[in-house]
Design a protein around this ligand. Structure first.
Ligand SMILES: [Mg+2]
Length: 306
C-alpha cells in the first residue's frame, strides 16, 4: 500500500462549533467505495435522511457529531461516548517484521499486546509465532491475524503446530469462515472475528460464541456508536471487544481512540495510523507509546487542521 484516499466531513452547529469526520473506506476491506460514500453524503446533505448512508459515510457523520457533542458538553469524545470512559488507552504494537529481537524491544518498551500477521506455509508460520511468543514471554499478549489466508487443512496444521503457545487469539484463520466453529471445536485455537462482522449484525453474535473476541473497525461498521453496540453485544456473551484502526487520518483515529477509551482502555490496534507518511492534523497524534493519555489526544484545542 502506497496511497490512502479519503476526504473530511465538516459539520457545524448553531453555536459556531465545528466537528470533523473522516470518510475513508479501506479498499479491499470496506463494503463501500469512496465514490459511494461521497454520493450518499451528498444525498444526505439534500434530504437529511441518514438511513441510506454507506458505512464509511455514516462513520464520518457519527464521528463529526461526536466531536460536536463533546465540545458542546465540554468533555472528551471518550466521555461523550460513554461516561466513565478510561483516561488512558493501551496501544497494541504491530510487529512489522517477524523478528524476535523486535518483539523483545516492544516488551522492553512496555507494550502489553503485540499483533503479528500470519499466513503462507502453516508450519513455517507456526515456527515464527513460537519464536516471537518466546521473545515476548509472559505478561505480553500475542494476537495473530491471518486475514482468511488458510484453507481448512492448513489452518488445522497451523493450530496443531502452535499448540501450547499462549495466544490471545487468531483473527480470521479460515478462507471459509463457516468452518470456524469446527476449527475451534477440533483444535481449541482461540479465534477472533474481524472480516466476518461485515456480514453480521450485533444480534447475530449469539451464534458465534465459539469466538473469544471481535475486532471492531468503526470505519467498516458504520461509526463509533455502532461499534459500541457491537462491543456491548460481544461482552454480554463473554467475548472480548478490541478496537482497530483502518488507516484513518488523525480525525478518524481520534474517534477510534475515543471508542477504545469508552470500552475501558484497550489494548487497541490503532498503530495503522503510524504507517501514514502525513496527516491532516498538526501536530500529528503521538501514538508511538504503549499508553496514551486520552486528555492529551482527544481535547480539540490540542490539535489543528492543516
Ligand atoms: Mg484483522
Amino acid at each position: 500500500m502506497t496511497r490512502r484516499d479519503g476526504f473530511l466531513l465538516r459539520l457545524g452547529d448553531e453555536a459556531g462549533r465545528v466537528g470533523w469526520g473522516d470518510v475513508c473506506p479501506l479498499p479491499g476491506f470496506s463494503p463501500d467505495t469512496l465514490a459511494e460514500a461521497e454520493s450518499s453524503l451528498r444525498r444526505w446533505m439534500e434530504d437529511g435522511d441518514d438511513s441510506a448512508l454507506t458505512p464509511s459515510a455514516r462513520a464520518a457523520l457519527d464521528g463529526a457529531r461526536l466531536d460536536l457533542d463533546a465540545q458542546a458538553r465540554g468533555v472528551t469524545m471518550a466521555e461523550a461516548l460513554r461516561s466513565g470512559a478510561a483516561s488512558t488507552v493501551q496501544m497494541q504494537a504491530l510487529l512489522v517484521r517477524d523478528d524476535p529481537a523486535d518483539a523483545r524491544s516492544l516488551r522492553a518498551a512496555g507494550y502489553r499486546a503485540v499483533k503479528m500477521k500470519v499466513g503462507g506455509d502453516p508450519r513455517a508460520a507456526a515456527a515464527r509465532v513460537r519464536a516471537v511468543a518466546d521473545a515476548l514471554g509472559t505478561n505480553v499478549t500475542l494476537r495473530l491475524d491471518a486475514n482468511r489466508a488458510w484453507r481448512w487443512d492448513d489452518a488445522r496444521r497451523f493450530a496443531d503446530a502452535v499448540r501450547g503457545v499462549s495466544l490471545g487469539y487468531v483473527e480470521e484463520p479460515l478462507a471459509d469462515p463457516s468452518r470456524l466453529p469446527d476449527l475451534v471445536r477440533d483444535t481449541e485455537l482461540p479465534v477472533a472475528l474481524d472480516e466476518s462482522l461485515q456480514d453480521l449484525a450485533p444480534d447475530d453474535l449469539a451464534r458465534h460464541g465459539y469466538a473469544v473476541a471481535v475486532v471492531l473497525k468503526p470505519v467498516v461498521l458504520g461509526g463509533v456508536r455502532r461499534a459500541l453496540a457491537w462491543a456491548d453485544a460481544a461482552r454480554a456473551l463473554g467475548l472480548d471487544a478490541v478496537v482497530s484502526g483502518a488507516f484513518e487520518s488523525g480525525v478518524g483515529t481520534r474517534h477510534a481512540l475515543a471508542l477504545a477509551a469508552a470500552l475501558g482502555g484497550g489494548p487497541a490496534g490503532l498503530d495503522p495510523y503510524r504507517r501514514l507518511a502525513a496527516d491532516v492534523l498538526a501536530p500529528r497524534l503521538r501514538l508511538d507509546r504503549p499508553v496514551i493519555d486520552t486528555n492529551e489526544v482527544l481535547i480539540p484545542r490540542n490539535v489543528e487542521m492543516i
